[in-house]
Ligand binder design. Structure first.
Ligand SMILES: [Zn+2]
Length: 187
């Protein structure tokens, strides 16, 4: 289930279409629940953003109740991404601040091996894919382009990024990355 960007986008598009999601902000907790997952707030310590546990093909998402709303939304989307894309690799995903430490530390890099014995994937790759999934589902490309088209102040200004972030209920950083990745605006 290693996923290319196109596969991730197709997966997200399928979810958005089947649930007829066309209003903002995207109600990510409702989406996860309507897909059969449980979503539970939890008093994690501050280094843990979220978890995904898979039992009998049912996903349970835990998110840190002390983090900001935009962080909690991103965590739920990220864990849903692990469920949709990666549940063949592991039954438990533990996300420590989006694994910033994993990205930078070869010593803690884990390798997952699945059905195909020749295929391995690093936890870093899984995290990047889950983040791509989260960005795509929280800031659907079509809905984002629609908003950008009707924006009524200097596009690319800090003010515009903040406005878009508010509409989609994401962090300004997540919005900046998304706009850059879509080639709409390179901040
Ligand atoms: Zn993760």
């Amino acid at each position: 289930m290693a996923s290319t960007r196109k596969e991730i986008n197709d997966c997200v598009t399928g979810i958005l279409q089947s649930l007829k999601i066309n209003s903002l902000p995207v109600r990510i907790e409702d989406i996860a629940k309507s897909m059969g997952l449980q979503v539970i707030s939890y008093p994690f310590t501050e280094d843990i953003s979220g978890t995904l546990i898979v039992q009998n093909n049912i996903g349970i998402i835990g998110f840190n109740q002390f983090e900001s709303k935009v962080r909690r939304r991103f965590t739920i989307a990220h864990e849903l991404g692990h469920f949709m894309l990666h549940r063949d690799y592991s039954d438990i995903f533990l996300d420590k601040q989006y694994n910033a430490h994993v990205k930078n530390d070869e010593n803690v890099k884990q390798y997952f091996r699945v059905n195909n014995p020749n295929e391995t994937i690093t936890s870093q790759a899984l995290e990047q894919q889950a983040n791509a999934f989260a960005a795509a589902i929280l800031m659907p490309e079509e809905l984002l382009r629609n908003q950008v088209a009707i924006i009524d102040f200097d596009f690319g200004s800090e003010e515009a990024i903040k406005y878009l972030a508010r509409i989609f209920d994401v962090s300004t950083q997540a919005m900046s990355y998304r706009l850059a990745n879509l080639g709409i605006f390179d901040f």
